[in-house]
Ligand binder design. Structure first.
Ligand SMILES: CC(C)(COP(=O)(O)OP(=O)(O)OC[C@H]1O[C@@H](n2cnc3c(N)ncnc32)[C@H](O)[C@@H]1OP(=O)(O)O)[C@@H](O)C(=O)NCCC(=O)NCCS
Length: 153
């Protein structure tokens, strides 16, 4: 299985895969328009032609980026695909000159295994919260903020 830059042909599959977890309020919902608008920073893993994993990279400022919509098809989980996509996002973030990568997540153990630490939400830039306007859990967010320094060796 390989990572590809997402294309318009992948959008319907990306939408459906995110929806599986958005319906369970595990990740933020994404509209088709939002996926099209951010397609140039979205990556997919394919098994033959089937999209089995998705991740998005959003640069929030000079030294901060966020990984969003990291989702793996249920029957493809625990095969290393999530880590592979996250490592790709880390590489791309570094290439873009970003120092820190954050995630707002319920998957604390997964992100810890991938080198992230828990951080207090209050310490994060307000730019992180722009998409929270569209979240059904706005004002009662129970996600954990996690961060990885990309400059530490
Ligand atoms: C969280 C998620 C992206 C992980 O992807 P994955 O492909 O299943 O994870 P990997 O196989 O790459 O696992 C990497 C490591 O994390 C561990 N891990 C994965 N999911 C875990 C979990 N839920 N709890 C504890 N450890 C977990 C694996 O055991 C593995 O550890 P190892 O290196 O010691 O073997 C995937 O389970 C998923 O799509 N979950 C639902 C959507 C979601 O919550 N996304 C995160 C939004 S921020």
């Amino acid at each position: 299985m390989k990572i590809f830059n997402a294309t318009t042909a992948d959008v319907a599959s990306i939408y459906q895969l995110i929806k599986v977890y958005a319906d369970k309020q595990i990740v933020l919902p994404r509209s088709l328009l939002s996926i099209y608008q951010h397609l140039q920073c979205m990556y997919v893993v394919k098994d033959k032609d089937k999209v089995v994993g998705v991740a998005g990279l959003h640069v929030l400022g000079e030294d901060l980026a966020e990984v969003r919509s990291l989702v793996i098809e249920p029957e493809y989980q625990h095969k290393g695909i999530g880590r592979m996509l996250l490592n790709h996002i880390i590489t791309e973030s570094s290439r873009l000159g970003v120092d820190r990568l954050i995630s707002l997540t319920y998957q604390v153990d997964f992100f810890m295994k991938c080198g992230f630490d828990i951080v207090k939400k209050e310490t994060l830039s307000e730019k992180v919260w722009i998409d929270c306007m569209n979240c059904p859990k706005f004002n009662q967010c129970d996600e954990v903020a996690m961060i990885k320094s990309l400059t530490e060796k």
